[in-house]
Ligand binder design. Structure first.
Ligand SMILES: [Zn+2]
Length: 361
């Protein structure tokens, strides 16, 4: 039943998609992980016929996972594997939030938090050493939603390292730290300090990932988690072309800093990070056609080179758009996204119904 619905929806793609550039990554990610044989192979065929050339798959080490990788590779997909396993609340230093309370995630300024990226990558390539499909493994991807959704960390190590760098000798109670930084007008510097420290950690991680495979593309999401907090209509109506890049990047509100550390730390000019941007996730391209220029400019200035910016939308299977986001609209929106990005776009066909594991490591 569910497959039928997807099939029906994809018919439109099947006959309509005419991708703009053959070199762009046209990426499908989503319910491939929700099917069992033989449905999964049928579905991979469908994704292929719809015109996608790249597919995101969960990492797996089982025989079933191997079959899926092999099949996707035979279909000539560029495959990205999802590296899971961020030790959010493991036995590491815990992040302290703006209220001075412990978050259920680790302070991100620790190498141990990010080691999973190269450990799992290495494990994957070791496990399947010699397999032909490895030639089509284009990259890895991972998720920093939890970190991007959280505030900056105010743990002892973070906070006092910063004060030390400013030659400030002061004791500040844990629940007063954020206010202290604001009062002293140091919040922006603190954020930059944390961002740069995290960037340094990630540079080491990037080297280790590329020791496993120098060609691997590193991808993550989300570049951008929530919508800007100013009503875009007001600003875009008043001065559409001049509307600045997402304002919270400037104000360093919550989410920007982790994402910016990831994109800089794990990427370099020769191999930029593939940054999966959720900005259009809920609204589609037509909601704000000025955004791409702004975000590209912002990232170029920040990185000093051209970013691999990947816009994305959700497909019609998302519960949010049921009945509203038709296949035709999805097609039009996706087509626009591919055309406005220099490198490609992502279509996320999330399935809320089923999730199977391909085998945990
Ligand atoms: Zn910390």
């Amino acid at each position: 039943m569910y497959l039928k619905l997807l099939k029906f929806s994809f018919i439109f793609f099947l006959f309509s998609i005419n991708f703009y550039g053959q070199n762009k990554f046209e990426i499908y990610v989503g319910p491939v992980s929700g099917f069992k044989e033989p449905e999964i192979f049928e579905f991979i065929d469908l994704v292929k016929r719809a015109g996608f050339n790249s597919i995101f798959l969960p990492i797996g080490f089982s025989e079933d996972a191997l079959k899926i990788y092999k099949y996707s590779s035979e279909k000539d997909f560029k495959i990205f594997i999802k590296i899971g396993g961020v030790p959010f609340d493991k036995n590491l230093r815990i992040a302290i939030n703006e209220k001075g309370k412990e978050e259920r995630l680790n302070c991100p300024i620790q190498k141990e938090v990010w080691q999973f990226l190269y450990l799992y990558t290495k494990k994957f390539f070791d496990k399947f050493k010699g397999e032909d499909f490895l030639k089509n493994i284009a990259g890895i991807y991972f998720d920093v939603e939890r970190f991007v959704d959280a505030d900056i960390c105010y743990c002892d190590e973070c906070f006092y390292s910063f004060l030390k760098s400013k030659n400030i000798k002061e004791e500040v109670k844990i629940f007063n730290r954020k206010r202290y930084l604001f009062v002293k007008n140091l919040m922006r510097e603190y954020t930059e300090f944390e961002r740069e420290r995290m960037t340094d950690i990630l540079k080491e991680i990037e080297e280790k990932i590329h020791e496993v495979n120098p060609e691997l593309i590193i991808s993550y999401y989300p570049l951008f988690w929530r919508k800007p907090f100013f009503p875009k209509s007001l600003f875009t109506l008043l001065m559409p072309e001049k509307f600045p890049p997402p304002l919270w990047w400037h104000f360093y509100r919550k989410s920007g800093w982790v994402s910016l550390a990831v994109i800089k730390g794990l990427g370099k000019k020769e191999s930029p990070v593939l940054a999966w941007d959720d900005y259009y996730y809920w609204s589609g391209y037509s909601s704000d056609p000025y955004y791409p220029d702004r975000v590209k400019k912002f990232l170029r200035n920040y990185l000093g080179y051209e970013a691999w910016w990947f816009p994305s939308i959700l497909y019609v299977t998302s519960c949010r758009f049921k009945g509203e986001f038709t296949p035709e609209r999805a097609y039009n929106e996706y087509k626009k996204l591919v055309s406005i990005s220099d490198y490609g776009a992502i279509l996320y066909g999330e399935s809320e119904k089923r999730k199977i594991s391909l085998g945990n490591p």
